[in-house]
Design a protein around this ligand. Structure first.
Ligand SMILES: C[S@@+](CC[C@H](N)C(=O)[O-])C[C@H]1O[C@@H](n2cnc3c(N)ncnc32)[C@H](O)[C@@H]1O
Length: 223
């Protein structure tokens, strides 16, 4: 089995933020939003929280798909949030998407504040993912949804090489290296399932949802 090799947690240089925003993630982002809406449905009037929003592409797509959605978009990288604020302003969605500069491992929001908490592609950045995961669980309101998706660490070098060639073969060497490093830093399904159990979530809430992704989908019992 491949060992987990961490990559830099926060993507906080001007170059990282701009290069990330320039990459085309439109297919995976659209699938994320469609799958989230299938699980949760449209907004019931509360706020959504996007943890590790990057340049806010997912909140923008979601707010366009659901005219009642309001999203707090959180990231620890100030440079990512600068680009996020520009993207939000360009899409005219400032009234329904707010950004905040905070650490996913210690979010300064009250328990159960959010109708839904979602997150795409950040767990692999975090050295102690259990802390961030526990925070996300804490913030979901009764009857609300937790929806997290990230890369799965491949079983061996051969599978990793195959994924990089399949999904980044036509990209620059820098983009291929970023994808390779992210796959190396990702959790396996077993690691994620044991994390879920330690947080009181059933391991059945985790599923492999593509040849390189897992999805954690959980609803807190309504009171
Ligand atoms: C690969 S990007 C994903 C961005 C976005 N979710 C998307 O799908 O386009 C990972 C993001 O997580 C952020 N991040 C990493 N560690 C974090 C932490 N502890 N708290 C908040 N954000 C964090 C990074 O700064 C970066 O913007």
């Amino acid at each position: 089995m491949l060992a987990r090799i961490l990559e830099t947690e926060v993507m906080d240089t001007v170059d990282e933020a701009q290069s990330y925003d320039a990459m085309d993630h439109s297919g995976v982002n659209a699938r994320f939003v469609a799958d989230f809406l299938t699980v949760h449905g449209t907004s019931r009037g509360g706020w959504f929280l996007d943890v590790g929003t990057g340049t806010a592409r997912i909140p923008i797509l979601l707010a366009q798909a659901d005219p009642s959605a309001k999203v707090l978009a959180l990231d620890l990288a100030a440079q990512m949030l600068l680009v996020a604020n520009r993207n939000i302003a360009q899409s005219g969605l400032e009234a329904r998407i707010q950004t905040c500069h905070q650490d996913a491992k210690a979010v300064a929001e009250s328990d159960a504040r959010f109708e839904a908490v979602f997150s795409n592609s950040i767990i692999h950045h975090i050295p102690e993912p259990e802390t961030a995961l526990a925070e996300m669980v804490r913030l979901v309101a009764p009857g609300g949804t937790l929806f997290i998706r990230d890369l799965e660490r491949p079983k061996n070098q051969e599978s990793l090489f195959h994924l990089v060639e399949t999904y980044a073969g036509g990209e620059s060497e820098q983009a291929r290296a970023m994808f390779r490093d992210s796959l190396h830093a990702a959790l396996t399904l077993d690691e994620l399932r044991s994390l879920c159990l330690s947080l009181g979530l059933p391991e059945s809430c985790v599923a492999r949802t593509s040849d390189r992704h897992w999805t954690l989908s959980w609803q807190r019992t309504a009171t």
